[in-house]
Write a protein that binds this ligand. Sequence first.
Ligand SMILES: Cc1ncc(COP(=O)(O)O)c(C=O)c1O
Length: 391
Amino acid sequence: MMREQSRMQAVQSPIIPVVGELIRQHPGTISLGQGVVYYSPPPEVERSLSEFFTNPENHKYKSVQGIPPLRQAIAAKLLAENGIAIARDNCVVVTAGSNMAFMNAVLAMTRPGDELILLAPYYFNHEMAIAIAGCRAVVVATDENYQPRPDAIAAAITDRTRAVVTISPNNPTGTVYSEATLQQLNSLCRDRGLYHISDEAYEYFTYEGARHVSPGSFANSSEHTISLYSLSKAYGFASWRIGYMVIPQHLLTAVKKVQDTILICPPVISQYAAWGALQAGRAYCTHHLSAIASARQIVLNALGSLGDRCTFTPADGAFYAFVKANTSLSSFDLVKYLIEEHGVAAIPGDTFGLEEGCYLRVAYGALSEETAATGIERLVRGMRSLSSPTL
Ligand SMILES: Cc1ncc(COP(=O)(O)O)c(C=O)c1O
């Protein structure tokens, strides 16, 4: 008999495949579930892929840290757009998506039993990575607008704390943190000898004049700040699996050990594709953003029409609305009901660490305006049909 015990038993199951299976069982369901965009990578990718095939050496293992031309393009982008200069005390590591970058960071900086502070609602894969590393996620609630509470974060620090994790623009709430808040948290980490892990997967996705800020650009931040980026959202690149991280130089040896063991190197063909995507640059994403902004407006208007049946913060970033439904149903039961009876899917809030109350994450990045309108109509109809405890 094989033993069934493993560290993975303590790790939550990813919810996206569970909701995906429910969707498959109910054909015609519109998914407001997965966090992906509606567009494909830019044409520059095809050119760089042709270049990949011109050199047979490209079929061999390459640098653990990423191919030099891609790292150079990333360094130029970081300087121009994020205000992060790659110098002697920090460096870039290309990863197989920014989830891998987070795992690299956690494994590189912790011992089993160490703690990392996550803000609730959190991104579920962060919590899972921490559990897989044998560490503990210490979850600190955000305020009523899903903004960080620096005093509560400071109070949660113990001798075992290694890092504070922020995501701005945020998954699942869509909130964008102000420069002042990020500055305060980054200084707190420096003063208390902690790392600040800043997940910036949605850096280009802001609306209504909201501004994304990179903590890695703050003065005296490079020794303790880890900045994570992804091409998945910005370039419609999710399946290519390319992200990157900026780390303090002193973590490089440890990160390379992790990456060498798990990946050896990020797939080189995907790195070529990423190099092509970066040549198209931010403008490629900006060009597609207006359609996502329209879908966002449709979603916010429709949610607003539900009055007391739900509460939500009209957040200015990413492509999510995080909705609290005024019902006694559990989050998962509400999601199941919406799929089975109304043909629309969202992600249940308990996945993001909210045990109390009924929350849904509504994603609108993958939708055309028309599908967004139909999907959200179905959601609104479903929510209206609920008998709510306080109405
Ligand atoms: C906050 C955040 N970080 C990281 C990721 C994963 O990005 P990647 O595809 O680069 O692994 C996601 C994907 O949804 C995300 O929401």
